[in-house]
Design a protein around this ligand. Structure first.
Ligand code: COI
Length: 356
């Protein structure tokens, strides 16, 4: 079994960090010098190592490619105003990763493999964490996939866990036009909508492309049984400010992702006297609210997206314009608190930020 001390490290001969303009990279396209790998063989996690970032060898019979046993996480490291590096809520991502592993019949990761590897990797590549500027961070992508080379349909006996990282700015750089989807579904009861399974994203590609072709940036998914209730967007959870109250879909349907940013925002709202509710939200009340001018704000929340403001909601062929995003006081206040906690401009009352 891997202990943190067992992680072998092979460093790259020359770091590429100095040649990168962090303000110019396209999200998720430039990767840091190193990656972390561990393999699951003979019932245990073994051979944990940090190596220069590069390609992995692959057989065309790789089980993950055929049957989709693949899960991932999205997390971020921030540079604080005092130049130190902090991870945001790493243990929450670790717990959610194992919840995804369990649902996809994959082996759980021990804390020393996930957290131990993560801290070693971020420490080694700390020069890749962008300077302390609002909206900039090092995006961290842990991924696990089945690695048996066999075409029979069964849970794989072997798995590979990899963490790769990339410096990023905003995922969305403008207010969004989103379309309420009432034909396709993302998740059904009993499905895997509450975990970060790669297949959830693959199945969303076509509906999202259709929405792009129709002039929208993203989809708002609705419940698969009736298309009556709002669930989440393709890359983030959703929140609305309706008649001065912050509302978001509940987790107990098990059809949406239990977002860590979602949870942070609800906590900040609670502590800043912003009335907030997790409850079923009907499409009708959102459209009605938009028509009457009572829908004051709508935004997506996620690790990559942070807070992505929505300016237009399309439904049944009609577009509903929301008030200018600049007037959104609640999302602005919450974004500022979240960003100040992450950059340690203000005290972190929740113990979310963990120093690397
Ligand atoms: C994240 O927000 O980290 C995600 O994993 C969403 C992603 C598909 C960009």
């Amino acid at each position: 079994m891997v202990q943190t001390a067992d992680i072998k490290i092979k460093k790259t001969s020359v770091s590429r960090a100095g040649s990168i303009d962090f303000t110019k990279v396209t999200f998720g396209s430039v990767f840091s010098d190193h990656m972390y790998i561990a393999d699951y063989l003979n019932g245990e996690w073994t051979d944990a190592r940090i190596v220069p970032y590069g390609n992995l060898p692959m057989s065309p019979a790789l089980a993950a490619l055929h049957y989709g046993q693949a899960i991932f996480e999205g997390m971020k490291a921030y540079r604080a105003v005092d130049n130190e590096v902090y991870l945001s809520r790493p243990h929450d991502n670790f717990r959610r990763f194992n919840m995804s592993a369990d649902r996809m019949c994959m082996p759980l990761l021990p804390e020393e493999v996930f957290i131990g590897g993560l801290f070693n990797l971020i420490n080694l590549d700390r020069n890749w964490v962008p300077p302390s500027m609002v909206g900039y961070s090092l995006y961290i992508r842990p991924v696990m996939f089945s690695s048996d080379n066999i075409i029979g349909v069964r849970p794989s006996a072997t798995y590979r866990f990899v963490i790769l990282t990339c410096p990023v700015g905003s995922y969305y750089n403008k207010p969004l036009r989103v379309k309420i989807e009432t034909d396709y579904s993302r998740a059904a009861h009993g499905g895997a909508g509450f975990v970060k399974a790669a297949g959830n994203y693959g199945a969303a590609m076509k509906p999202t492309k259709d929405a792009h072709d129709a002039g929208y940036d993203q989809i708002i998914w609705t419940d698969s049984a009736q298309h009556k209730y709002i669930e989440e967007a393709g890359t983030m959870n959703l929140m609305f400010v309706l008649r001065n109250k912050l509302i978001t879909a509940p987790l107990d349907t098990k059809t949406i992702l239990p977002g860590i940013t979602r949870e942070s925002i609800l906590t900040i709202a609670g502590d800043n006297k912003i009335p907030a509710e997790e409850r079923m939200i009907t499409v009708d009340e959102i459209i009605d609210g938009a028509k009457k001018g009572e829908l004051q704000e709508a935004f997506g929340t996620g690790t990559a997206a942070t807070i992505a403001r929505i300016k237009t909601i399309g439904y049944n062929g009609k577009d509903y314009e929301l008030p200018p995003v600049e007037s959104g006081k609640i999302s602005k206040k919450i974004y500022q608190v979240l960003s100040d906690i992450r950059r340690r401009k203000m005290k972190d009352p929740y113990g979310w930020m963990v120093k690397v």
